[in-house]
Design a protein around this ligand. Sequence first.
Ligand SMILES: [Zn+2]
Ligand SMILES: [Zn+2]
Ligand SMILES: [Zn+2]
Length: 122
Amino acid sequence: MPTRGSSLDLSAPCEHVSEVRIHSVTRPAHGCDECLKLGAHWVHLRVCLTCGHVGCCDSSVNRHATAHFEETNHPIITSAEPGETWCWCYVDRRMLGEAALPPVEPLPRADDASAHAPARPK
Ligand SMILES: [Zn+2]
Ligand SMILES: [Zn+2]
Ligand SMILES: [Zn+2]
C-alpha cells in the first residue's frame, strides 16, 4: 500500500469543503474506474474527495468524473495528474486553489498585523 499522497490545494475553499473526507491522493491515479471496465480511453483523471472515486475529466469521451457528481452529488474533486494540486467544486463551478484567486493586490486590512502575515509555506 502506498502511504505517500500528494497534497490538495484548498487555499480558496468554498462552503462544501466540510464534505471533503480525503485529504491526500496518489498521483497519478491508477485510471478511471469505469473506463477501465469499458476498455475506454481517458484524457485526464479526477479524484472525488468525498469517496475517492476516480473518474475521467470533461475532455474525455465519457466524462465519468462529472457523471459521478451527477449521480452522487459529491461536490469536490481534485486533479489526479502529477504535479497538479488544484480542487474543483462542481456546485460552485470554481477552482478552490490558488489558481482560483483573482490576480489582484490584496486589500489592505484594518488590522495591520495580519496584513504582514508571512507567506503560506509550501
Ligand atoms: Zn462548493
Ligand atoms: Zn472514464
Ligand atoms: Zn464520490
